[in-house]
Design a protein around this ligand. Structure first.
Ligand SMILES: Nc1ncnc2c1ncn2[C@@H]1O[C@H](COP(=O)(O)OP(=O)(O)O)[C@@H](O)[C@H]1O
Ligand SMILES: [Mg+2]
Length: 340
């Protein structure tokens, strides 16, 4: 639920380099042996939708909880909204939808949002009107007076999202916001995130749903076993995989094998020629030669790796082993008790 955050003013809500979140070397070990975060570096720009992607147990929620001061890191450098991580003051400008949130089932949707408004110090007379507007925004007006225990998972997520927006936050941290939401609802949430970005909010989104992130995020980071293995725009991360594929009927022409950037596979009655380049001019001589030889070209298209392919590259090591889900656990006897 929305943390108790008082409205306060921040002289500077960004680090000097324009990031709303700029953290370095974040470490967190639970119970002295579960290495949830092992030196995370991550930057989120102002006004962007940033997606943190990773398998279950990668450490995504731990990082968000550290930002929200719910979990204490062993070590952290950098800033959140211009202040050192751990300070409460920036949280007045933050909206938070925790993973697996449990709002009391006897409350109505309207009451949950009003309660969050009260936690933020919003005057009573403004709370009801604000809650109504937010319910409308997440498409829940009709159910505002129904109790949460009659809601579906998707409806709960929408109300959760509405309460995260109650203080008109500068940064919205959403931990698996589309968890349990049906495809129509997921699309509506995606549209809402785009709207929020266009209004100037910065959005940090945790998800294990690759296609969700691919559709809305300006930048993504992939986290595996407590480390960020890559981050950037999807375009930057997939740049090296850009290629053209030319499909022709019949066998593969022998001459293509000597092309330095070509690879070929035969699928049924077709040869699929892949040329590692993003320059359309570079493939014209190949198309000309195929046409001169009377070959039927069935398709020419530009391709690049999807986020899923990128993700698989991040979780599969050089020997082809898939990283085990979850954190690295040091095997030793005994355990401490520093769970939050
Ligand atoms: N309170 C806790 N006590 C002990 N281990 C925890 C606790 N919270 C998370 N973990 C462990 O830390 C690792 C990272 O968890 P989490 O941050 O929830 O990952 P994700 O959100 O990517 O699924 C997992 O191995 C998880 O079991
Ligand atoms: Mg999580």
């Amino acid at each position: 639920m929305q943390p108790c955050v008082a409205f306060g003013s921040l002289c500077n809500s960004m680090s000097s380099n324009g990031y709303v979140i700029d953290v370095h070397d974040v470490h967190k070990t639970y119970k002295k042996r579960i290495k949830a975060l092992q030196g995370v570096d991550l930057q989120v720009g102002s006004g962007e939708i940033f997606g943190l992607l990773g398998p279950n147990g990668a450490g995504k929620s731990t990082l968000v909880k550290i930002l929200m001061t719910v979990v204490r890191p062993d070590k952290i450098g950098g800033t959140f909204l211009g202040a050192s991580v751990g300070q409460k003051e920036p949280l007045s400008k933050v909206g938070y939808l925790p993973e697996h949130h449990h709002f009391p089932g006897y409350l109505t949707g309207l009451q949950v949002i009003e309660f969050s408004g009260a936690m933020c110090g919003m005057p009573k007379r403004e709370r009801r009107a604000n809650a109504g507007k937010l319910l409308d925004r997440v498409g829940m007006t009709r159910w505002g007076s129904s109790r949460l225990n009659s809601y579906s998972k998707g409806m709960l997520q929408r109300v959760g999202l509405a309460q995260a927006l109650v203080n008109d936050p500068k940064v919205v941290l959403l931990d698996e916001p589309t968890d349990g939401v049906d495809p129509v609802g997921r699309r509506e949430i995606r549209d809402l995130l785009l709207e929020l970005r266009d209004e100037g909010h910065s959005i940090f989104l945790n998800s294990h749903l690759l296609s969700e992130l691919e559709m809305v995020c300006d930048r993504v980071a992939i986290m595996v076993q407590g480390r960020v293995s890559m981050q950037g725009t999807i375009d930057e991360l997939t740049k090296d995989s850009k290629r053209y594929e030319i499909q022709v009927l019949g066998p593969c022409p022998a001459w293509i094998e000597s092309h330095p950037d070509a690879s070929v596979e035969t699928v049924e009655a077709e040869a699929r020629i892949s040329i590692a380049t993003d320059d359309p001019e570079a493939i014209q001589p190949i198309i000309d030669r195929l046409r001169n030889e009377g070959r039927s070209i069935t398709r020419v298209h530009a391709v690049r790796d999807s986020l899923e392919e990128l993700f698989m590259r991040a979780v599969v090591d050089e020997s082809g082993n898939v990283a085990a889900p979850g954190a690295q656990i040091e095997s030793r006897r005994g355990s401490g008790g520093d769970a939050p």
